[in-house]
Design a protein around this ligand. Structure first.
Ligand code: NAP
Length: 413
């Protein structure tokens, strides 16, 4: 494929897809977006960690060939556009990308670049792993019990953007229409629509179950508010169980079957499908944290739950994430550009580095992911950390971004 400004180095191969599965060569091309603000500081450290982890995991037999692609301020300088078409084409072509944080351009009419990426590439699952690294200050007594992978639906629900203000002609029209269906809405109401379909719900839940199977996790919990919103959230739960029965009958059992047929002991190679009402889930994730593993949830519940889980293990600063579609995956830092620290080599690069760990799991290079997590884990245990953690940890040694990256590499060996 020919690009105008993207330079593809020699020596790599394009990741292929066959029947929805990725076929990853030993020298895959992986595009990266450095990001704005502190993005370049973070990326410099992260890239070295990724290269070292791949090299150690495969004794120099495999190698990532990085391809720089552009979005945000750098794209604006190069193309006079914030999100050039060829960036989207490159991600679709190479199938995987990793990105630093991007500035949301200020001024009317701009969609957030992150939202544009998700919508234009149909990345319908927002994926967030949340686990604890020993030594990170946390507000709970047993943060180590948290190890969940949250799959949040990314395209529907009250986030679909279908809403009209109180007093508008459109709101009045909807209120009139609803009256003809024998339902009353107070006349001065603002209106928002919450669409949820079996198509979007099932494709999200399918991803969560497939992940649980390939990564040998124990359960998938459907989190919904179906006792109140029966035909959206309630249906999400029903569609989830239906999908498990129709497509994963051999690999899954329900929680009810676990108790009635298996005496509460999960049989080998089976995944338990269970569901929780959202409010109860917020209690349980605090009080019975270890009972939850993979979580599949509609958009709004997922938004709240992701941050609540991250808070339990010490905040959002280290939380990685990804937006995934049928095949394409874009892995990213979940924090912003922290512009006041740009170019100072002080910021914590863990979020992008852990997004990379997630990316390697997605490529099924689990060895690489494990090495990265081991490196971070050991470095934090040694209390050698960047400023954000150092200021909260007694007796810690303050490291620069680049030094923290180097310490992670040292600790992988
Ligand atoms: P932010 O960039 O996340 O920074 C807010 C504060 O969080 C920082 O000042 C810093 O706190 C702390 N922080 C964030 N990342 C950190 C890291 N890696 N290591 C240590 N501390 C970190 O949020 P913002 O200032 O609201 O947003 C700035 C820009 O980023 C905006 O243009 C926004 O649109 C964009 N943004 C992009 C994304 C994305 O691309 N995914 C996400 C969110 C925001 P202290 O000053 O206390 O040290």
């Amino acid at each position: 494929m020919e690009f105008k400004k993207i330079q593809v180095p020699a020596g790599g191969q394009v990741i292929q897809e066959k029947r929805g599965k990725l076929i990853v060569p030993g020298n895959p091309y992986i595009p990266f977006i450095e990001g704005d603000g502190t993005g370049p500081d973070i990326w410099r450290a992260a890239q070295k960690v990724f290269d070292a982890a791949v090299n150690i995991a495969f004794n120099g037999q495999r190698k990532i060939v990085w391809v720089e692609i552009f979005a945000g301020e750098k794209a604006h300088r190069l193309y006079n556009e914030w999100l050039p078409q060829e960036t989207l084409e490159a991600i679709a072509h190479f199938k995987i990308a990793i990105k630093g944080p991007l500035t949301t351009p200020v001024g009317g009419g701009f969609r957030s670049l992150n939202v544009s990426l998700r919508q234009d590439l149909d990345l319908y699952a927002c994926v967030r792993p949340v686990r604890y690294f020993k030594g990170v200050p946390s507000p709970v007594k047993h943060p180590q019990n948290m190890n969940v992978m949250i799959f949040r639906e990314n395209t529907e629900d009250v986030y679909a953007g279908i809403e009209w203000p109180s007093g508008s002609a459109e709101a009045a029209q909807v209120i009139e229409l609803v009256k003809t269906l024998n339902k009353n809405i107070r006349p001065d109401s603002g209106i928002g629509i919450k669409p949820m379909s079996p198509t979007a719900s099932k494709q999200l839940i399918r991803k969560a179950i497939q992940f649980a199977i390939t990564q040998k996790r124990s359960s998938v919990t459907l989190v919904h508010k179906g006792n109140i919103m029966k035909y959206t959230e309630g249906s999400f739960k029903e569609w989830g169980y239906e999908l498990a029965r129709e497509e994963f009958a051999d690999q899954t059992i329900t929680e009810e079957e676990l108790l009635s047929k298996y005496n509460g002991k999960i049989p080998e190679h089976k995944i338990v499908i269970k569901d929780r009402i959202a409010d109860s889930m917020f209690q349980q994730i605090l009080t019975r944290t270890e009972e939850y593993d993979v979580i599949a949830t509609p958009n709004l519940n997922g938004d709240y739950l992701s941050d609540a889980c991250a808070a339990q293990v010490g905040g959002l600063g280290m939380a990685p994430g990804a937006n995934i579609g049928n095949v394409i995956g874009v892995f990213e830092a979940t924090h912003g550009t922290a512009p006041k620290y740009a170019g100072k080599d002080v910021i914590n690069p863990s979020s992008v580095i852990l997004s990379g760990a997630l990316m390697f799991e997605y490529l099924r290079w689990n060895k690489v992911s494990k090495l990265i997590q081991k490196g971070i884990s050991k470095t934090i245990k040694q209390k050698r950390v960047t400023y954000d953690l150092e200021r909260q940890m007694k007796g810690a040694t303050l490291l620069k971004t680049s030094e923290f990256g180097a310490a992670i590499i040292e600790n992988m060996k």
